[in-house]
Structure formats: C-alpha cells, structure tokens
Design a protein around this ligand. Structure first.
Ligand SMILES: Cc1cc2nc3c(=O)[nH]c(=O)nc-3n(C[C@H](O)[C@H](O)[C@H](O)COP(=O)(O)OP(=O)(O)OC[C@H]3O[C@@H](n4cnc5c(N)ncnc54)[C@H](O)[C@@H]3O)c2cc1C
Length: 399
C-alpha cells in the first residue's frame, strides 16, 4: 500500500502532537517550520508559569473555551486527565498547583518536555524541516514554500496548517498567514490580543507607590462573569489571571464603546451586610483603621479605594461598604497584540468542518491557535492545541 503524504506546516504544540499521534505506517509525514527550530512559543510559555493544563472537572473545563461547542469534541477525545496520563507515560510527571493548574514536577524544564515530544517524532522518522516558510498556494492548491530565499512548489495528499496566533512574533507566530487565507476567499477575523494587560490611567502618585503590587484573593466581575484570583497593578494598568480570564468580556466592551468597566470585590469572603455592620461599629476609630483592623484589607486595597473613590464616597460608610464589594475600574485600552499571551480571531470557524478541514480546499486542515477560539491562560490554551492535534490524528488514522 502506498503511503499518503501529510505535510504539517508550523512546528508548535498542535503540530507536534498531531505528528506524534499520526500512524507513520500509513502516512509519509513531514513538518515544515519557518523558524530555525520548532516550538519557540512553547518554550516562551515555559519561561513563565508553564501551565500545561488545568485540573478542574471536565464539564467545567470545557466551558472555559469560547465557543466551547467548537472545541468540545477535541477536548473530550483527549481530556486534561488524558493529557496528564500521556505526559506521565512519556516520562513527564506533573503536579496540580494550588490554583489547580498543572505543571511539570520540579527538575523538568520546558525544554525537557519539548525534547521528549520531539524524540517520539524522531523515532517515527518524521523530519522537521526548519527555515521553510509557507507563502501561499498555486492555482492547484499546491503549497508555495520559501526555503533559502527560493520558492518551491510542494505537493501533498493532506496538508495541515498549524501556524499559531499573532502574538510574540519573534517566536514565528506572527499572523502573516492571515492575508494568504483572505486572498483565497477564506474568511478571517482580525486578530486581537487576549490574555493581555489592560490599560488604566492611574493617578501618577498612586501607581508610583504601588506598581507591581498584587491584589490577592479578590473577585473580578465583567458583563456578569466572575473570576476569583489575583490582579497585579502596573504602570500600564492591570494584568494577572483574574483579568485574563475575563478577556472576552473586556474586549467586547472595548470594541463596542472604546472603554470597559470591571468591578472588584475586595472582600469576597464577607457579605455586604457584614461589611456595613463592621464599618458601623467602628466607634472612634478612623475608617482607614477599621478597614485594616476589622476588615483585614491590605494597605494596597485601602490605597486603591482612596484613589478610585471621591472623598465623599470614601467617608460615607454605607457607600464605602458597597464599593468594597463592587469597586469600578475603568479600562481604556488593551496591551499591544505582540505582548499578549494569546490572540483571538484568525480563521473564521465556519470555514472548517467538524474535523477542522477547510470547506473551500479539500484535504487541507487548520488546527491550533490560528482558528478563532479563545480561552484563558492557565493551561487551557496548550490543552486545546494538544487536543486538536490528537483529535485530527485520530480522525486521519481511521479514515
Ligand atoms: C508568554 C506566553 C506564555 C504562555 N503561557 C502559557 C501557559 O502557561 N499555558 C498555556 O496553556 N498556554 C500558554 N501560552 C499559549 C501557548 O503557548 C499557545 O497557545 C500555543 O503555543 C499555540 O500553539 P499552536 O500550535 O497553535 O501555535 P504556535 O505555538 O504559535 O506555533 C506555530 C508555529 O508555526 C510557525 N509558522 C508560522 N507561520 C508559518 C509559515 N508561514 N510557515 C511555516 N511555519 C510557520 C511558527 O514559527 C510557530 O513555530 C503562552 C503564550 C505566551 C506567548
């Protein structure tokens, strides 16, 4: 039986998982990567928290993706538990952190995880060819590949695009493929930052004193969605897990009216009634002292209240209590796209079928962050990329 050829363009996690799972007895597989080495963004991700996935129950896990219906089948085919089991089987032990994020155990570096996956691919004799950049199609839907500053026409029975999103362009994922798909009549949605910092024009004196400080154990609300966690104050505005998780809601408001409002609950463990009671029973103590003593608010939380609220609001205990539970922060912009952890936008979801095959070009598929889905950071992005690679490999192996 002659083997079918599969060309995978891009060498990020979705591409590597696909290659690792494809049946090499059935397919002649090649990976073409634009950079000098594969998975540079995966290694960048490893510089920070390196959350490979997240340990929450599957039904809740699936709801974190937008739209969850698009990714549900792939995630169910290779769940967060499956991912951990697979990592363990290839020698990458993981642990669940306090935030339920899943990390490799101490001593296993991101490069070790990558090399372990690359070893599987090498064992299958799948070449990863660096410095090969996809530049478009010819009239027969064959691929135009730039290698050594020369264009080559490359044919394959099956093509899988896994070109990543549009942030951290120095890793190779620069979104420059958008115009190539658009020129082919394939609908693309403009790339926008997700999981990024948001701009707040802080009072100069306040932010000079508080820059880099975290607001811990708070709840953040936007458009009716709540996320508990941490927010870090920066010169630019705010960043951190709790705001990243509300990226879709914040972005929607910014797109509609060029500013957005989020609300902080600085004391999620106490009800409004209880806070009002404690403020009312303050006797001769100043409000600042009571905020500290009776409510256990930090110096940063009290400074934040003072910079956001008017003097009248801060000095009226019932109003102050309401604001502790619902402090409005006005966001005026997003960080530049290149600084975002991920991007939303890309290939419109209606352009692919349930197996990620392009409806306009048979036997050509798109997986990973280049499709228009979104998820918070914390392991969801990598899980989605690995799951899509797994799902497509399974589908092709069984065709
Ligand atoms: C700072 C940072 C921290 C992160 N932390 C986490 C985290 O802790 N947990 C998590 O889940 N996710 C995290 N992510 C996100 C995660 O790394 C990405 O979502 C994931 O890498 C996307 O995988 P992908 O396979 O779709 O594409 P990518 O990893 O972006 O790979 C795409 C590849 O395609 C190549 N390519 C692009 N265009 C072409 C072309 N024309 N021809 C040939 N090759 C091309 C690129 O060079 C690149 O190697 C982080 C991202 C960043 C930037």
């Amino acid at each position: 039986m002659t083997k079918k050829s599969i060309l995978i363009i891009g060498g990020g996690p979705s591409a590597l998982m696909l290659a690792a799972m494809l049946d090499e007895r059935k397919f002649e597989i090649t990976i073409l990567e634009k950079g000098a080495a594969p998975a540079r963004k995966f290694l960048v991700a490893g510089d920070g928290g390196f959350n490979l996935t997240h340990a929450e129950p599957l039904e809740q896990f699936i709801t974190r993706f937008t739209p969850s219906s698009f990714l549900e089948k792939s995630i169910r085919s290779f769940t967060n538990d499956d991912f951990r089991r697979w990592l363990s089987a290839i020698g990458i032990e993981t642990f669940v952190g306090t935030s339920k994020r899943i990390f490799p155990v101490a001593g296993i570096r991101p490069i070790d995880v990558l090399n372990t996956i690359l070893k599987i691919i090498t064992r299958k004799d799948i070449p990863i060819k660096p410095k090969n950049t996809w530049k478009g199609w010819n009239e027969n839907h064959d691929l135009i590949i730039d290698h050594n500053y020369k264009d080559h026409i490359v044919k394959a029975d099956i093509v899988v695009f896994a070109l990543g999103g549009g942030s951290w362009s120095k890793t190779g994922s620069d979104g420059s493929w958008m115009s190539l798909f658009a020129a082919k009549g394939i609908k693309t949605i403009p790339l926008q930052p997700s999981n990024c910092a948001y701009e707040i024009p802080w009072e100069e004196k306040f932010i000079t004193e508080e820059e880099g400080m975290p607001l811990k154990n708070i709840a953040v609300f936007c458009n009716g969605k709540e996320k508990k966690g941490e927010v870090v104050l920066t010169q630019f505005g705010i960043e951190g897990g709790a705001v990243y998780a509300l990226s879709a809601e914040i972005r929607q408001q910014l797109n509609e009216k060029s500013n957005a409002t989020i609300y902080l609950d600085l004391k999620p463990t106490l009800s409004l009634v209880e806070i009002k009671k404690r403020l009312a029973n303050r006797g001769k103590k100043s409000l600042t002292t009571v905020l500290n003593d009776a409510l256990n608010l930090t110096k940063l939380q009290i400074a934040l209240l003072k910079t956001i609220l008017t003097k009248e609001e801060f000095t009226q205990p019932p109003v102050l209590a309401t604001k502790i539970k619902q402090l409005p922060l006005k966001i005026t912009g997003m960080a530049p796209i290149d600084e975002a952890i991920s991007t939303v936008g890309g290939i419109a979801l209606e352009e692919v079928d349930e197996n990620f095959q392009l409806k306009k070009i048979a036997n050509q598929y798109v997986i990973g962050e280049m499709l228009d889905w979104d998820a918070p950071t914390g392991g969801y992005l990598l899980q989605a990329s690995f799951s899509m690679g797994y799902y497509l490999a399974n589908k092709l192996n069984n065709d």
